[in-house]
Ligand binder design. Structure first.
Ligand code: B12
Length: 332
């Protein structure tokens, strides 16, 4: 959801001079050790993608050309770096793609209820949690590979996180555009470590949803095309999280949420019987945010309620706007 700031740079102790050192050939044993370490640190899945061109920029260009990035103008920038992580991190030869599940534990009673918060944003801000784990993992990598140098990205910078995860074989890209991982569904958040480690890339897995169009039918605003591209201008996730202006027609007629949208994911048959996600990501130990309360919030209430959470991306006036449109569903 965001693209600027928060890029972490990490060099193995005293090795920054050797960052561009000659690489040895891909090492299967090192790859297995690194992926195991990632799981030990807390990630649900780990895999490797090459740091060069992923060969999927045509679709991306089409998305931008259609204007489907809406007001996220940053999505049209840094074209070549977005395509090639090794331009973003010179000297990098591999991308360790990491996923964490956030499927709810048990029945989700809030499904579709007016005033719900999308699942990925219910607990502690995933950027903070994943960054902490990346830091921990990079410290461990320094211990096993003293020449390690790399940078971690969590939803920041021009990185194609879904494409990297698909190239690494963590899952496939569904018709709703989401990465779908066996056992975790699409309820995963992603991050990556782009580094000089000579890791062996995985292989893409076959898409298992060509026969199904449940997600396309479930989107009340028609934001999905048949091929996994999303028209942000119509997407309720975009409208409730990124769109800064007044409520649009789509929000007035369809919005049910305070933050984000899960409708195309809830409809997905791959999102049932999932392993419950990480506790920190799926639950919050502060007071629950209820639709009825948000209408009466002051800016200070917003500040207190959103601290440490991804929902803080929607500013006070956006929250009030989202609440008003969601509340309209109560009287329909
Ligand atoms: C901009 C953005 C949005 C926009 C646009 C979404 C979109 N679908 O394009 C908006 C605000 C709408 C949005 C919404 C959401 N987002 Co968002 N978003 C991003 C962001 C910053 C960039 C995505 C992007 O580049 N879009 C442009 C399109 C064209 O690119 P793409 O979706 O990656 O699609 C490419 C792949 O599908 C590839 N491809 C297709 N098949 C194959 C096969 C192979 C083998 C390969 C290699 C590539 C490939 O081709 C496409 C073009 O290159 C990423 C973080 C990041 N830096 O990547 C998070 C990210 C995609 N979002 C995320 C999340 C969680 C969400 C929401 C679920 C949140 C919510 N509940 O409200 C929704 C989902 C909406 C949806 N159906 O996509 C997660 C996705 C996790 C997942 N399981 O896929 C990400 C990765 C953030 C993260 N760090 O975890 N998001």
């Amino acid at each position: 959801m965001r693209e600027k700031g928060n890029i972490e740079i990490h060099f193995a102790r005293g090795t920054s001079q050797r960052y561009n050192r000659r690489m040895v050939s891909p090492d299967a044993e090192l790859t297995a050790v690194v992926c195991d370490l990632a799981i030990e640190v807390g990630f649900s899945r780990a895999g490797v993608a090459p740091a060069g061109d992923l060969g999927c920029s045509e679709k991306f260009d089409e998305w931008v050309a259609r204007g489907w990035h809406a007001d996220m103008t940053y999505m049209g920038l840094h074209e070549s770096k977005r395509r090639r992580p090794d331009l973003l991190v010179p000297g990098a030869v591999s991308v360790l793609s990491l996923a964490v599940g956030y499927a709810p534990d048990g029945e989700d009673s809030t499904e579709g209820a007016p005033g719900y918060i999308a699942r990925f944003a219910r607990g502690r801000d995933y950027h903070k949690v994943l960054k902490r784990w990346c830091r921990e993992l990079m410290d461990r990598l320094c211990e096993i590979a003293p020449d390690f140098a790399g940078r971690a990205f969590v939803d920041t910078a021009p990185v194609m996180e879904r494409s990297l995860a698909a190239a690494a074989g963590l899952g496939w890209i569904g018709r709703n555009g989401c990465l779908i991982v066996d056992g975790l569904g699409s309820y995963v958040v992603l991050c990556e470590i782009v580094s000089n480690l000579p890791l062996v890339p995985g292989s893409p897995v076959e898409r298992a949803c060509d026969e199904c169009d449940a997600c396309i039918r479930a989107c009340p605003t028609g934001a999905l095309d048949a091929d996994g591209l999303v028209d942000s201008r119509k997407c309720l996730s975009y409208l409730t999280i990124e769109h800064r202006g007044p409520a649009t027609e789509e929000m007035i007629s369809c919005n049910r949420s305070l933050y984000g949208c899960d409708l195309c994911q809830e409809a997905c048959p791959h999102n049932s019987d999932l392993t419950p996600g990480d506790d920190e990501l799926i639950s919050w130990n502060g007071p629950e945010i209820r639709l009825a309360d948000v209408g009466g919030w002051t800016a200070e209430d917003w500040d207190i309620a959103t601290r440490g959470r991804a929902i803080r991306r929607a500013k006070y006036d956006m929250f009030i706007r989202n609440a008003v449109t969601a509340a309209a569903r109560l009287v329909e």
